[in-house]
Design a protein around this ligand. Structure first.
Ligand code: B1M
Length: 214
């Protein structure tokens, strides 16, 4: 049964079946199946296959976009249940966004949802977020952590831009920085002077907890 729903989620994404993905996601909720597992091992695995096909030139962009839409609509159903485990005591404040020029928001949103589920107050500034938006939000909410996501090698340098802007404003010492996204690595985090790197959503939560001393 559990394996069946994972298979259905993965296949719905791989066959560009938005309705099928939504139906399977509703079933996840109805049956009390672990929503994180559904996202990472069902939907996420399917999207990886689609991404590989796109990278290999086997499918065109519209197909990738339909698969991404299926993922987004499914996440809209599953993410609120991730956040239900939220403890009321705030573990720390996080400002998170995908850097400018980059509209990939699925991974970042999962990280944001997982942080929320683990008791963090999360301010999600969305995707394609200009450097100035990160800085303004830091000034407005005074977070413990800034999280930056990038899925394109061409947008990774925007992370450096944000760090430099924070330094210029005298804010760098007041926040810890975690970076992530498929092309990002621990070596990159070190190179640009971030405090840490998260390989996936669970790792990001562990890292953020460590950074705030929990
Ligand atoms: Co695009 N895309 N895409 N895409 N896309 C990739 C990233 C790509 C690898 C596909 C490929 O060629 N194989 C490739 C990048 C190549 C590169 O730079 N090396 C690519 C490209 C080229 C492009 C376009 C340029 C295509 C075009 O127009 N010709 C274009 C760029 C648009 C732009 O941003 N300016 C584009 C567009 C799109 C869509 C709009 C169609 C869609 C995004 C929809 C959306 O997000 N709303 C899309 C998608 C879906 C993908 C793939 C298939 C999947 C990304 C995803 O959502 N994965 C992707 C291929 C791939 O990654 N295999 C691809 C699922 C998600 C759960 O994983 O985002 O990795 P991920 O997040 C993980 C971890 O990385 C980590 O935790 C998450 C959960 O486990 N993580 C963090 C993420 N952020 C973190 C932050 C943290 C910590 C951990 O701390 C703050």
């Amino acid at each position: 049964m559990a394996e069946d729903v994972l298979k259905r989620l993965k296949e719905a994404i791989m066959t560009y079946d938005v309705e099928g993905a939504v139906e399977a996601s509703k079933e996840v909720i109805k049956t009390g199946f672990d929503p994180l597992k559904a996202i990472e091992q069902g939907l996420g695995e399917g999207l990886k296959v689609v991404g590989e096909k796109f990278g290999a030139g086997e499918i065109f962009l519209p197909m990738l976009m339909i698969a991404a839409q299926a993922m987004k609509e499914s996440l809209a159903i599953l993410e609120p249940t991730l956040a239900k485990g939220t403890s009321r005591k705030v573990a720390g404040k996080v400002v998170i966004g995908t850097v400018e020029g980059d509209i990939h928001d699925i991974g970042k949103s999962i990280v944001a949802a997982m942080l929320t589920a683990n008791g963090f107050e999360v301010h999600d500034i969305g995707c394609d977020a200009p450097t100035s938006k990160f800085v303004e939000k830091v000034k407005a909410v005074n977070p413990d952590i800034i999280g930056m996501s990038a899925l394109l090698t061409t947008t990774m340098p925007k992370m450096t831009e944000v760090i430099n802007a924070l330094k210029k404003e005298g804010l760098r010492g007041k926040v810890k920085i975690i970076v992530g996204g498929a092309p990002v690595s621990a070596a990159w985090a070190e190179q640009i002077g971030a405090d840490s790197y998260g390989e996936d959503a669970m790792a990001a939560v562990d890292v953020v907890k460590k950074l705030v001393g929990k």
